[in-house]
Ligand binder design. Sequence first.
Ligand SMILES: [Fe+2]
Length: 640
Amino acid sequence: MISLTLFIILLCFLFYSGHGLVSISVTPIIVSKSGDPVTIHWTGIDSPSQLDWLGIYSPSNSSHHNFIGYIFLSTSAGWESGSGSVSLPIVNIRSKYQFRIFHWTESEVDPTRMDSDHNPLPGTKHLLVESKEIGFSPGRGPEQVHLALTGREGEMRVMFVTHDGKENSVRFGLNRNKMGQIVGTRVSRYEREDMCDSPANESIGWRDPGYIHDGVMINLKKAKTYYYQVGSDSGGWSDIFSYISPNLDSDETIAFMLGDMGTATPYKTFARTQDESTSTIKWIKRDIESIGNKPTLISHVGDISYARGYSWLWDNFFTQIEPIASRVPYHVCIGNHEYDWPMQPWKPDWSSLSYKKDGGGECGVPYSVRFNMPGNSSEPTGTRAPATRNLYYSFDMGVVHFVYLSTETIFLPGSKQYEFLKHDLESVDRKKTPFVVVQGHRPMYTTGCRNRDVELRERLVEHLEPLLVKNKVSLVLWGHYHKYERFCGISNFTCGEEFPVHVVIGMAGQDSQPAWDTRVDHPDDQVFPQPEQSLYRSAEFGYTRLVASREKLRLFYVGNHDGEVHDAVEIRAPVYKLFHSCHPSVQPTICFQLQRIRHCPPFPPPPPPPSSDHDDDVEIDPRYGVDKRLVPSGPNPLHN
Ligand SMILES: [Fe+2]
């Protein structure tokens, strides 16, 4: 009997160990560039299960539980034969990769081990085979290149990542073949001990983030095409990128505004990732190319990578945005998924429903080190970690004064942020920048069905909204709700043409969220009435495009499903109020409306912009002519 048991155990070992029975190969073994694909091929699996899986590991010596992602072998055609292959791009996280195949069956699913998306974490009991190590070719230079404005004339900041932190430079110039100007970079990094909670400070989530370089290209001429390259002779140089230098005095401003985008991975991991982010980036890249040689800007109003403590997702995010962020300055607000954690320094008693553990223990550290936004706002973390930065700041770009706020740190009267906002809004020169656009993460207004932020919204309305109204802010953009929703010009829930227009733009990628609010007296029925303050709302993924001249600012909502405009709002510059006021007795400071639903007689045509001699609709892109896509508006027009 004992001999029979030993025989069965030996048989199981031979089957499940896989060494000698199952084979795996990976090509190429050396990957040239981050994001390039590898192909994994396997053969020899007897009695394959639909749950057999391929684990992706980096560093290559990670324990079985600490994969960065996994793919079921059953996604490969013909997997029932015990052979198959998958191809997937891999991102350079500065350590070697290894692939391992495990046998796993439904009877072994452990309902107590779920990922954040409620998928059971795959079992690692039966390793069948493991691959050789896969690495990246050395000497290819830095990666994850992204730009930002400094807020100063004639400058452009560039940040990037290296594996060793050695001295790197930025060389740049107007001639691609002669980038004669050169500046050095400041280097920083963060450590596992800087993270405040799990999974960010545990083996399952932590990976070495590399060294983050920060250089500023200076003495730039206005609105010129600059070429640049980052790196060093010893470590290699990056590809040559280009951007249009800022022109702070321009009579036109173009920007792409979005929230809650995240990053897409070609594998499942511990947290849900955002497949739709690829579409958002694809369409913005199209738009940047169609704009041509005009400066522009990308603004991401929080919930940026959704790494939530899984370090490699930051690498994935910066690799994914590099095609646009290396060409256009990329600006950010802090969101709950960058910061939120139980011991955050500011956590008033009314916020217990708002502030929880959404940051995955990052407590704002990767956000604060990987980006460097204008200004010097910072709040202590209360730990050994560097201060939380990039909280509130502003800059002018053409005809718009852009303001960025933090809804994650203190904003009440008396706080540094409140005083910043008050002083900043009161100091805007509206002759220079007739439009003011304020951005933050958690919205002041939404009809999204999510009650946890009710008390926070009440504080935003009570304390910050009076500053926005008093200082005649043109447009307020928020994220956090993964939908597009445009409100009327609004103050304390009352519509008025003189009030700031609020728009929620958190629809760029993240896709988990409850529906709209139901009726108060029928909370269990799936009917979602649209309040009259909400003029247009949609759960379609997408982003917004802002185009402003001295006369008007227009915000377009582009849907990812077709890349076309599905909503638009137009806000007139305060200087035109006397020409366009509907009611002479009331002199609104800002008159906004959609063209097809007019609350007043048609406006007289505005005088042509001083620097433009072409039709307004052509100035964005003739392919997306505005007229036919403007949508009806008004009280409850759509009920979607
Ligand atoms: Fe959020």
